[in-house]
Write a protein of this length. Sequence first.
Lengths: 244, 228, 250
Amino acid sequence: MIFDFQYVVTSFTTAIHYIPATLALSLIPLFLGIIFGTMIAVCRRFRIKFVAPLADIAIPVMKGIPLVLYLFIMNFLIFKPFDMLAQYYAWADIIRYMDKLYIGIIAISIYAIVIISETMRSALMSVGKGQYEACYSVGLTRWQALWRVILPQSLPVAIPVLGNNLIGLIKGSSVVYLITVLDVMNGALTTAQINYRFLEAYIAAAFIYWGICLLTEWLFTVWENHTKKYQMRIDKHNLRKEVL
Amino acid sequence: MGSLFDIRLVFEYFPTIISRFHITLLIVVVAIGVGLLLGLFIALARMYKIPILNQLSIVYVSFIRGTPLIVQLFIIYYGFPLLLDEIGIDVTQWEKLYFVLIAYGLNNAAFMSEIIRSAISSVAVGQHEAAYSVGLSRWQTLRRIILPQAFLTAFPVFGTRVVTTFESTSLAFTLGILDMIGQAQAIGSRTYHELEGYVVLAIIFIAVSMILEKIFIYAEKRLILNRR
Amino acid sequence: MIELRNVHKAFGQNEVLKGINLKVNKGEVAVILGPSGSGKTTLLRCINFLETADDGELIIGDSKVNFRNAARKEILAVRRRTAMVFQNYNLFNNMNALENVMEGLVTGRKFPIEKAREIASQALDKVGLKDKYNAYPLQLSGGQQQRVGIARAIALNPDVILFDEPTSALDPELVGEVLAVMQAVAKEGITMIVVTHEMSFAMDIAQHIIFMDGGNIVEEGTPKEIFTNPKENRTKQFLERILPRWNYTI
Ligand SMILES: Nc1ncnc2c1ncn2[C@@H]1O[C@H](COP(=O)(O)OP(=O)(O)O)[C@@H](O)[C@H]1O
Ligand SMILES: [Mg+2]
């Protein structure tokens, strides 16, 4: 079979309709990851009782599990019970044919919380002890210090890494095609199911992901420069860039 | 079908699944090896701004960083035979594993080149100047002064990359490779007890990535000590 | 008035404060001298509860706190009666000069913004930074940053301001401007406890000199007593080292 660019275009035009699905699969986890990941990181930084020691063990362990395993496990745990119920109850059957997008979102969110909690942890640690002490010395409480001084200073350090995290989530979200979720990847492949032009379909998908990732990178650079205006001399190398 | 989870099956599946570990290891080793060599090449092309190669490298790295590994795997799988066919090499008899190895190697090269490049550029300008001032050539400067310093900066990031590569091997099964995940899937579809296989996989992945991390932290400490 | 009674502090096996008793009167400028590692910084940090001493009591004005069982509320109360000027300034990097000075008032003490802004700008004017309200720390020189640090402390109107080597991170030509500001603050009758190696400041501005060594207060008295007639050998040795020509000039 000869490579035919026309089929790339066909696949591309189909796949772009699924960009919202891919965005949902990456932006919702990013959002949840920032909320809960920051909470976990703060608990570890302040050594909150029970939570901190628990997270010290759980986060490194959970970090070792690849995204695709989270997906399979969540798919199994959420889906299989209904599968079994469906043998007895008709309503459970409906669930079986429901869009599995939400399973993808749940699995990726768990993964995102783990990853982003580590991002936020190193960002928090990049703020020196002196800043905390200055807060305490003018009579701020721990939480006031966190909210007014520590988090605002962590953010510019965290943003580029969060950008990398998001790019990782966007790319990683493509695994949901394995549980038949219709995202950009799967959308591109729908045309190939008919015309067997798989190479063209994957290339079409590649272009879309590439575009989204470039755009993301650019947006995060803009955001970073915006938040960094007061820290002209911030040390770019003080955080290991997790290249995803 | 019975219960959802049977702990005995975890023990039963464990040996079968881990028996495919060598495939995973092979992918990691090849990916890192190819990645380092090709990555250094790309990094140098970019640093010394070699015409054409520099621009090609920029696009290449951006593409690899901006697209999912799965997509890259399949593009190599479907596209490489076409490309080689053009120059008269018939690869229809090749095993799928070769394509996987090529894909992981090419993927890693992009990330490695970024690691190498940022490590080299993190060495202070003064170091170059000092080396030139005592009469070292550009190559001597690179080899004797810059790379040894860059190595230390790059090492921890390199460690992270190895762990990431190891975790990313979890996608090789999508091409039908019978690695650990492929094995677990095969067991799962045969017995409908998928969860136990996933638990085995999770345990192995957690254990290996933690061990790798420990090794790299230890090695980093030794490196720094040897420096003194 | 601020008083410390029998303050002990150890880091692991390292006993850094070995029972400090100290009384500084209201409006007094006290200077703590002593070799490096003698526990001066630790003492100041205990007063500000940046470290919690293992034992002893702290009395500030009418409130008395025991280090052994200080409740979080008490700690916060003490911190709001004290202020600290740090060796390396520790300005809030995410805030401009004015916001730095306002922060303790607005967030810590719940002052209305307008009131806080008024107090903060007065404080900045006092330290000679009338034109730097909107500058971020990294846009200021070391001397200017430290003056913001001092403004941040005086704006809180604390019972005592603690200075930990406020000029030792500064380039020599910037030391003067900070010392001048400190002198002005002293003139206003604010109680100050200052750790410094600037002997001119100790001799000319302080009313009370405290010499520490090895976690103890070895000797204290007026500048005249300490500088012209030190009783303890360790004090003499220290002064001879730090003022090599001192014997000749007097
Ligand atoms: N956070 C800490 N942990 C352990 N030891 C400390 C700590 N802070 C200070 N020390 C030790 O306490 C001693 C006194 O230190 P410090 O109060 O800073 O002395 P000074 O300010 O007089 O130079 C030193 O031996 C120092 O090593
Ligand atoms: Mg000190």
